[in-house]
Design a protein around this ligand. Structure first.
Ligand SMILES: C[S@@+](CC[C@H](N)C(=O)[O-])C[C@H]1O[C@@H](n2cnc3c(N)ncnc32)[C@H](O)[C@@H]1O
Length: 245
């Protein structure tokens, strides 16, 4: 039984993404262009390229949202191997299911409503775990512990998300960010503002990511950082790592 069947408890994240779901892709396109000067689909293509899936690999996309990453993966992989997408917000998955149906890929992408903090999969069941723009909403150590548990030995992790900049670490930076997000909440969405303020504590610098991955026994860590357009915007980070055998 998953979250949808049990009746999901709402929290700031599910509230924010339930509200955002119908306009998710256009909002992301606008925000990513504003932050990093790239369009949302360019971001998705980058994720797919860096993940370098091989035929036969079992892939899990956590925080899959509207399933844009699994759909893109399917279109480039051209294989029948199923992909699993997991997300905590039923409304995001509902949008994803509509797009999957339109593409006729119903049997190839399985969507599961659950938390990445406690994934309903047996140990060592995936070769690849991906997460795009989701880790800042999660307790990262708990997510990494779960990712490590469900990955096979030498399985790969690919993450793309926002990262903290030096400005974010300064007291003045923290106050500025809090004020900007409160203003965003007043002008746009209170739920989104609350979810992003709660996410502050999870946003790490690239160096902090490298350290925590090593602590969890990941190796072959490769990272790429995109500088934000303004100091108060989040930086962007892509990383790949492998579970130690
Ligand atoms: C910004 S969206 C990213 C969606 C998609 N990965 C993409 O790149 O477009 C963040 C997603 O993370 C999901 N999320 C947040 N916390 C989660 C958790 N603990 N477990 C699973 N999904 C979570 C939200 O519901 C939302 O759909």
């Amino acid at each position: 039984m998953d979250y949808e069947e049990k009746g999901l408890k709402t929290n700031p994240v599910t509230e924010a993404f339930t509200e955002l779901a119908p306009s998710y892709k256009s909002t992301m396109d606008q925000e990513l262009y504003q932050f990093w000067g790239i369009h949302y689909m360019e971001f998705v293509e980058k994720m797919v390229t860096m993940t370098a899936i091989k035929p036969g690999e079992k892939v899990l996309d956590i925080a899959t949202g509207t399933a844009v990453i699994p759909l893109k993966l399917k279109s480039v992989m051209g294989t029948q191997d199923p992909i699993v997408g997991l997300d905590i917000t039923p409304a995001m998955l509902a949008e994803g299911r509509k797009d999957i149906a339109k593409c006729g890929r119903g049997s190839a992408i399985n969507l599961v409503c659950a938390s990445a903090m406690c994934m309903p999969f047996v140990d060592r069941s995936f070769q690849v775990v991906i997460c795009g723009l989701g880790t800042h909403h999660m307790d990262v150590p708990q997510m990494l512990s779960e990712a490590k548990r469900i990955l096979v030995d030498s399985g790969r992790l690919a993450i793309c998300d926002v990262c903290a900049t030096p400005f974010w670490r300064s007291p003045i930076g923290r106050i500025t960010l809090w004020l900007l997000l409160r203003m965003y909440g007043i002008a746009n969405s209170a739920a989104r503002s609350k979810a992003e303020i709660e996410a502050f504590k999870n946003v790490r610098t690239a160096r902090e990511w490298s350290e925590i991955l090593k602590d969890f026994g990941f190796r072959k860590i490769e990272m790429d950082v995109v500088n934000p357009r303004f100091p108060w915007f989040p930086g962007g980070m892509t990383l790949t790592a492998e579970v130690s055998a």
